[in-house]
Design a protein around this ligand. Structure first.
Ligand code: PEP
Length: 250
């Protein structure tokens, strides 16, 4: 089955409002004839700047996280209601920087996934192993656990609003990319996990992005693999010169 390609840029904690506006305006022009699905995920403080520039274009607006609660006394958190109000369509959850630097566990991530889905968002659920886990032969098991626990209680009817991003932690921001073969093997494994949970048709439809030092010169080889359906891009998403060629890979 052919799945649409989905290329997303995670800007992390970069850019001021003027820098974000400039990048967004360039991307709108560069991607206007792009054939794939696109998303940019700026910091919370930039969402209001980026939203009007991409409204009505082929670029979706993403957030990099959300609170596990709808509203209330949660100092420093940002709620799904506030994100919806700004026009956010997609929320990235379980990014390795959230898991490892901010100690988010699978239960917390699952709570956020369910809340985001309940409020109509698309969710990009990130999974991926640490280097020591890969070296210990545990890459599949780690990705399976993160997928199963991240999706616990998610109904099959909402699965069309879930995207999985396989991001081996050792490849994020390091310049080391998983080989297309290694990445594809984990993608195929995650697809099997989805099939076990939700059945083959749902697994066949599931978009699984690869993330980890995706660059203009390795995007096409990665995307050529059967189970790789797009990319979640960090560093290379910060410049139109590098994001646009990835987004328009041939
Ligand atoms: C990411 O953080 O999601 C990511 C893949 O970063 P980079 O492309 O910089 O490795």
């Amino acid at each position: 089955m052919s799945r649409p390609y989905y290329i997303a840029g995670n800007w992390k904690m970069h850019k001021t409002r003027s820098e974000a506006a400039e990048l967004t305006e360039t991307l709108v022009k560069e991607l206007k004839d792009g054939k794939h699905k696109y998303l940019v995920a700026p910091s919370f403080t930039l969402l209001e700047t980026v939203a009007p520039i991409i409204r009505g274009t082929n670029i979706l607006l993403g957030a990099q996280n959300c609170a596990p609660e709808e509203q209330g006394a949660h100092t420093g958190e940002v709620s799904v209601l506030q994100l919806k109000d700004l026009g956010v369509q997609t929320i990235i959850l379980g990014h390795s920087e959230r898991r490892h630097n901010y100690k988010e566990d699978d239960a917390l991530i699952n709570k956020k996934v369910k809340l985001a889905l309940q409020h109509g968002f698309e969710v990009i659920l990130c999974v991926g192993e640490l280097l020591e886990e890969r070296e210990a032969g545990k890459a599949e098991a780690v990705c399976e656990t993160q997928t199963v626990k991240g999706l616990e209680g998610v109904d099959v009817v909402n699965l069309n609003r879930v995207v999985i991003a396989y991001e081996p932690v050792w490849a994020i921001g390091t310049g080391k990319t998983a080989t297309p073969e290694d990445a594809d093997a984990i993608h195929a494994y995650v697809r099997k996990v989805i099939a076990k949970l939700y059945g083959d048709p749902a697994a066949e439809k599931m978009i699984i992005q690869y993330g980890g030092s995706v660059k203009p010169d390795n995007a096409a080889q990665l995307m050529a693999k059967e189970n790789i359906d797009g990319a979640l891009v960090g560093g290379a998403a910060l410049k139109a010169d590098t994001f646009a060629p990835i987004a328009k890979f041939a």
